[in-house]
Design a binder for this molecule. Structure first.
Ligand code: MG
Length: 266
């Protein structure tokens, strides 16, 4: 199957405390020249993504940025300054759904805070403005294990409801179950006229599951530093697991999927 769009989670997948690996930067630049759509799909805001990619001189290689796991923006990089255009009607539908579900999610976050108090943990929850603007409620605790424990406590209680939860590092998110990294990416693929099996997704965390576990038919991949749960979702979906961490590992797998032309014809 020919892959025409590759989506990348940011933190822990192509970006870590060392920044963005040159191996990744070189590979993504090559993919763009081959007409492959490159997309960021991250819990970080679109503004953060734009600044980071601009700082690394990479923005011109990206077709779209998906921020806060759900806001899809198409990038026009033909001018001197990149311009971002919201994907409609997707973003408006996300906002409308959240107007209804946000207050319920806020309620669940309150219960999560109560759980942290019972455990004697420090925690910090979003304020209302942040929850409404980002389209997601969140509470952060001190450890990733703690966040995962809270997500595991909440998940069964949300079964059958229009909300879902996940953990991303030390943060627990509560969100519209129909708007996650997987459905956002599927909406973008549809807009670009691509089938889901022409899409490949890279991620390393629990919040990447909707784009990694095969439910949408995307090819999937992860990096050596991902946890075992993530690796098992990717493995079970027939995806690829890199031998190296983060951006170096992503570049390794991209080179397998998109061999450099000289090497491919040698
Ligand atoms: Mg990540």
């Amino acid at each position: 199957m020919t892959i025409r769009l590759v989506a990348f989670d940011l933190d822990g997948t192509i970006f870590d405390r060392h920044g963005i690996a040159p191996e990744y930067a070189d590979t993504v630049a090559r993919l763009a020249t081959q007409g492959v759509h490159c997309v960021i799909n991250s819990g970080r805001s679109v503004g953060f993504q734009l600044d980071l990619l601009t700082e690394h001189d990479l923005m011109q290689h990206f077709t779209a940025l998906i921020g806060d796991e759900r806001w899809v923006h198409l990038a026009d990089t033909t001018g001197t300054e990149p311009k971002l255009q919201p994907l409609e009607p997707w973003n408006t539908e996300v906002r409308a759904g959240w107007a209804e579900l946000g207050p319920i999610a806020e309620h669940w976050c309150g219960l999560l805070e109560e759980q942290t108090r019972q455990r004697g943990w420090a925690s910090r929850a979003y304020d209302r403005e942040t929850g409404q603007r980002r389209g997601i409620w969140a509470i952060s605790v001190e450890t990733a294990e703690g966040a995962q424990e809270l997500a595991t406590w909440l998940q069964p209680q949300l079964t059958g409801s229009p909300l879902a939860c996940n953990s991303n590092g030390t943060i627990v998110h509560v969100f519209d179950a129909e708007r996650d990294k997987g459905t956002s990416l599927a909406a973008l693929a549809e807009h670009l006229g691509l089938r889901n099996d022409e899409v490949m997704a890279f991620g390393d965390g629990y919040n990447d599951r909707p784009m990694l576990d095969g439910r949408h038919g995307f090819a999937s991949a992860t990096v050596a530093n991902a946890n075992e749960d993530v690796k098992s979702w990717v493995r079970d979906a027939g995806g690829r697991i890199a031998g190296s961490d983060c951006g170096v590992g992503v570049a390794e797998l991209l080179t397998e999927v998109f061999p450099p032309r000289a090497a491919a014809t040698a």
